[in-house]
Design a protein around this ligand. Structure first.
Ligand SMILES: [Zn+2]
Length: 699
């Protein structure tokens, strides 16, 4: 921690008014008083000039950095020109917003102004910051009051969440409007509580990356990324901390002098004897006996001793950061506040544990996230990628093993590529991966060759182990993205005209209740011509996939469930081949089902931070395609007939494409809801029109 400079301790009548002082010294003092050099650190600036308003602080008056010594270490990283990004993974009550963000903004406005962007998780939190932190600072801090017009007059241009000042501006935004921020270049970008931002805003993580990219044009850029972590592996703040130099705050023991990072495991308390009455919530625990025990010498610390020791903390990096300074493991144990004393923390812990013992883990998650500043490990025993890899089977790519008899395809549409899963199915929905891969091209352009390339890859024929040929029976292709949906419809319409009525444009269902079935026939309402949709203009309807139920089936919710864990042969087994592209394992396990912070009490599938999940989406779509054929309920004799037909057709040297019943046309022609289509029939005569030529067709 840096001691404040002398200028911060000027008496009320400053020394430069002393006429006995020599002229040069007088000039120097005047300069120092009225225009502090830009080299002044953020901590020095805050100690010298910052005032806290009664509106925004429990302790109004002159700001003092001494109370929260970790803040000065973070200021030092913000002031360090070699650091372009500062990350803090933290508990809720550690003075981050006011001590770090607001002081830094204030110092930059005063001494080193520039454009600054701050992104909050919601519009409400952005407005709260403006009203409760930023404006109160301006009002009571004289040096800033002179520089920022807070009257809100139209003339000042400083209305709402935008504040102008000489040399720059401060613009507040929130995560759903993140795309608007991309067009505003600024050297200082603040991202507040990234884990509270809507996790399901498509491409959210990419948008944050884009904003970070925009700062790169500035030599002295600064990205500030801070918040309370959420669920382990899902948490964006945990991910950012892992990629940093992982600084921690080491607190020395007053008894033995050795230092360590404060941990909850070192907090101890007594229990009452068995004859004493049990507390309804605390049981026999006595929170009033809470103390901190030094792991080196076992000396017990009182709250006062702990707070004194914390003031002597040092901050050290524990990894290589390459310009990214990360601060973590900052729990409420560091905080000197009355509500953060150990007795209160133990009470909060016991209350949360009591609820968790009754099956409600919501408060336990809050305790771990907000008090301890740690990500909560919810999905214990999550699927191990290495274990999956060891279970890969020895069959060639694009060759269906003996019992794999019907092929379906799931396609995920990205702007620059298609991601593709081809899967072959057998009795009891046992299935074998035939292909995982991507083909690149511009899918926002319907004349791009990537659309033809897709046809080459997905329709077959694929080789069966017997030497027979298997043709694709159903395809589910993602049309959920507004920039590519019309192109997908256009392409699907073309497939239908060529007889491939088994190609379905789909959308992953985004509802969070998880009640939607994996496969449902679209209601006739979606074909109501009075309210034409984009799809109906193409004579199509969109099939909504129950993605939550599909992921439940494939990956399982918590502990131990999920088809992906089943080993050996039998119903529901998911097989994959040894030469599969290695990112298959990472992508298939890229989501966890965990409590949602935005939808309290609900378990939702969430993408792990920094992970791609297209392979999982494609698996969901290939399963949807299989369900459209009702493969999961076909009896053994159906599969036997199918195998016989397949090998016979091969004996006779026929190369026939099995046909699925036209899904779309059937439903379009009747106004009644369509029945789920019957499964593919190998014995049906081929219906491929003669004008269909080209790739993967009959010879
Ligand atoms: Zn000690």
């Amino acid at each position: 921690m840096t001691a404040p400079r002398a200028s911060a301790r000027q008496p009320i009548v400053p020394a430069w008014l002393d006429t006995r002082a020599p002229a040069a010294a007088l000039a120097a003092r005047v300069w120092k008083h009225w225009a502090p050099p830009p080299r002044m650190t953020t901590t020095e600036w805050a100690n010298a000039f910052r005032y806290l308003s009664a509106k925004g602080s429990a302790r109004p008056g002159k700001y003092s950095a001494a109370l929260t010594p970790w803040i000065s270490a973070i200021h030092a990283a913000l002031d360090d020109p070699a650091i372009h990004k500062v990350v803090l993974m933290k508990a809720a009550q550690v003075a981050w917003t006011d001590g770090v963000i607001t002081n830094y903004i204030g110092k930059r406005i005063d001494l080193d102004p520039c454009p600054m962007l701050a992104m909050f998780p919601t519009m409400e939190s952005a407005k709260d910051y403006m009203q409760e932190k930023f404006l109160p600072m301006i009002e009571v801090t004289p040096r800033l009051r002179a520089k920022v017009d807070t009257s809100g007059s139209r003339k000042s241009g400083n209305r709402g969440l935008f504040k102008n000042f000489a040399g720059g501006f401060l613009k507040l935004s929130w995560s759903n409007s993140i795309s608007k921020l991309k067009s505003t270049p600024a050297p200082v970008v603040i991202i507040e509580e990234p884990d509270d931002a809507s996790a399901n805003v498509r491409g959210q993580g990419d948008a944050i990356k884009l904003i970070e990219e925009r700062t790169k044009t500035y030599a002295r850029r600064k990205i500030i990324f801070g918040g309370t972590p959420s669920i382990k592996d899902v948490s964006a703040i945990e991910d950012a901390y892992r990629a940093s130099d992982q600084r921690k705050f080491f607190v020395p023991c007053h008894a033995c002098g050795q230092d360590h990072v404060l941990e909850w495991a070192n907090v101890q308390w007594d229990e009452s004897g068995p004859e004493a009455a049990r507390h309804e919530v605390y049981g026999r625990a006595l929170p009033e006996t809470a103390r901190y025990v030094c792991p080196h010498c076992a000396t017990s610390w009182t709250d006062a001793q702990k707070n004194t020791n914390v003031r002597r903390l040092t901050c050290r990096a524990t990894a290589q950061g390459r310009g990214v300074a990360g601060f973590g493991y900052l729990s409420e144990l560091y905080a000197p506040w009355h509500e953060s004393r150990m007795q209160r923390l133990v009470e909060r812990y016991l209350e949360a544990k009591h609820k968790a013992d009754q099956g409600d883990s919501a408060d336990e998650i809050v305790f771990v996230n907000s008090c301890l500043g740690l990500p909560y490990e919810y999905a214990k025993g999550s699927i191990d990628e290495e274990m999956l890899k060891s279970r890969a089977e020895d069959y060639p790519e694009l060759v269906a093993p003996l019992d794999a008899l019907v092929v379906t395809v799931g396609v995920d549409t990205q702007h620059d590529r298609f991601a593709i899963i081809i899967r072959a199915w057998g009795l009891g929905e046992e299935s074998w991966l035939l292909y995982w891969g991507e083909i690149y091209g511009n899918t926002t352009d319907r004349s791009d060759p990537v659309w033809q390339e897709l046809e080459k890859v997905i329709f077959g024929p694929f080789q069966h182990e017997t030497g027979a040929e298997l043709w694709t029976s159903a395809v589910s292709i993602d049309s959920g993205d507004g920039n590519t949906s019309e192109n997908v419809y256009h392409w699907v319409r073309r497939q239908h005209r060529m007889g491939k009525h088994y190609v379905m444009p789909i959308k992953g269902d985004s509802e969070q209740t998880g009640q939607k079935e994996i496969f449902t026939v679209p209601s006739t309402r979606t074909m109501d011509h009075r309210t034409p949709t984009k799809a109906s203009k193409f004579g199509l309807k969109v099939w909504h996939v129950g993605t939550h139920k599909a992921k439940d089936l494939i990956l399982g919710g918590r502990e131990g469930a999920g088809r992906i864990r089943l080993e050996g042969r039998g119903p529901g087994r998911i097989h994959f081949y040894t030469d599969v592209r290695p990112d298959y394992y990472e992508q298939i396990t890229a989501e966890v089902k965990a409590p949602s912070r935005r939808h309290a009490g609900k378990l939702v599938w969430q993408q792990k931070a920094g992970r791609r999940n297209e392979a999982l989406d494609c698996e969901v779509y290939a399963l949807h395609a299989a369900r459209s054929l009702k493969l999961h309920i076909q009896p053994e004799e159906w599969w036997n007939r199918r195998r016989a037909a397949l090998t016979q057709s091969d004996l006779f040297g026929r190369r026939e494409e099995p046909q699925a019943v036209p899904l779309d046309e059937q439903a379009q022609e009747d106004e009644t809801p369509a029945n789920p289509p019957p499964p593919a029939q190998a014995t049906q005569p081929p219906r491929v029109s003669s004008r269909v030529g080209g790739l993967g067709r009959r010879r």
